[in-house]
Ligand binder design. Structure first.
Ligand SMILES: *Cc1c(COP(=O)(O)O)cnc(C)c1O
Length: 395
């Protein structure tokens, strides 16, 4: 019998430097292995309350309706859309990469009359890009991605929020990659519905999607004429478990909650501002290193994400040889391009616990070695020197 068993579990040790999952903090891995209690155990209920508090701190919001959806970031997307949209409602979706594209699909399936506004990949949206669509579509909801992981572009939201609210619409934001790496100002920016994911800058395994709904969004949900199309993601029902009533809805993923709880504690222990500064510094060092060997960013240089570096693969360099070499010889995973960027870009994540000098230098050293083996001309050692120069000036 035993010789028919598949092999024992023994996953390789990888340095996760792609678009997610990111490197998990060892304390989070230990938290995941803690004793499982029941989902109505007083210990667990207290933990949920504390986690909600930490999520509000990180989202910078007072929203009572702040929780973690029991599924990955895409379920967060789906939950915000299906709760706000009723069949026939008008929704604008801003598309400048894969995740905006995904949101149009989710919104269409939820029955929204979707107006998509497109920008070239790597670019961001200015209010002027939305004016006409807002006047024409009179949307109930406008959806936009804050950190577009497929292109590496960081979307500023202040002016967009003003124009969306002036038009009487609700603002829905994808902060899957943003949360934990840059400030996410839910209340200040008047964001009505927002979701994230546990496996990007929160350095937890995939499986939970922190989400928050403004009082205006909650009112919209309470005034629905139709039932929320998804039973599992019905926020009104979920709120009865996360709120005082503690009504059973679905069995909470207890140990994942332990993991996210510890991940949030780690971020707040370091401090949000120091964590954001660390992301900015490591991004700057990586960027300097890549620039020194002629590798350019795919997104608008004025709006590059600190936690996700999407760069053009240099002409003549074999994508698979480099990514395969990184993985098989150095144990480093980076991401390839998605959609329009397939085969054209690499995506290098410096997310959460993964945003560290040791990872920047390890990656650049391995990359230089792999590029040197191909006929790509560059000054050997230049990437490491340039990155280290950035660290030296920030001592
Ligand atoms: C990763 C990601 C998602 C999807 O999250 P999953 O956890 O893979 O479901 C959505 N939006 C953005 C911007 C992402 O980076």
């Amino acid at each position: 019998m035993s010789d028919q068993l598949p092999p024992p579990l023994n996953p390789p040790v990888r340095l996760l430097m792609g678009p997610g999952p990111s490197e998990i903090h060892p304390r989070v891995l230990r938290a995941l292995a803690a004793n499982t209690v029941g989902h109505l155990d007083p210990y667990y209920l207290a933990l949920m309350n504390d986690m909600q508090g930490m999520l509000r701190t990180l989202f910078r919001t007072q929203n009572p309706m702040t929780m973690a959806i029991s599924a990955t970031g895409s379920a967060g997307m789906e939950s915000t859309v299906v709760n706000l949209i009723e069949p026939g409602d008008s929704m604008i979706v801003c598309v400048n990469g894969v995740f905006g594209e995904r949101m149009t699909d989710v919104a269409g399936r939820a029955g929204a009359a979707v107006t998509r506004v497109d920008r070239p990949w790597g670019e961001i949206f200015e209010p002027s890009h939305l004016k006409e669509a807002l006047a024409k579509a009179k949307p109930k909801v406008v959806g936009i991605v804050m950190a577009e992981t497929s292109t590496g572009a960081l979307q500023p939201l202040e002016e967009i929020s003003n124009i969306v609210h002036d038009a009487g619409a609700l603002l829905l934001v994808d902060a899957v990659t943003a949360l934990g790496g840059v400030p996410v100002e839910v209340d200040k920016l008047r964001i009505d519905a927002i979701y994230s994911g546990s496996q990007k800058c929160l350095s937890c395994p995939p499986g939970l999607s922190p989400a928050s709904f403004s009082p205006a969004a909650v009112e919209t949900i309470l005034n629905r004429k139709t039932k929320v199309q998804s039973w599992y993601l019905d926020v009104g029902m979920l709120a009865k478990y996360w709120g005082q009533e503690r009504v059973y809805h679905h069995t909470a993923p207890i140990n994942m909650t332990y993991g996210l709880y510890e991940a949030l504690r780690i971020i707040l222990e370091e401090g949000q501002e120091p964590a954001f500064a660390r992301h900015a510094l490591n991004h700057k060092a990586l960027k300097a290193g890549l620039a020194a060997i002629g590798i350019k960013y795919a997104s608008n240089e004025a709006h590059t994400l600190p936690m996700l570096n999407a760069v053009h693969i240099p002409a003549g360099v074999d994508d698979m040889k480099v990514r395969g070499g990184l993985l098989n010889r150095f144990g480093i995973e980076i991401g390839g391009g998605l959609g329009a960027y397939k085969g054209k870009v690499w995506r290098v994540g410096l997310m959460g616990h993964g945003s560290r000098q040791v990872n920047v230098l390890s990656f650049l050293a391995a990359l230089e070695q792999l590029l040197a083996e191909q006929a790509y001309g560059f000054e050997h050692g230049a990437a490491i020197a340039a990155a280290n120069a950035v660290y030296l000036t920030h001592k």
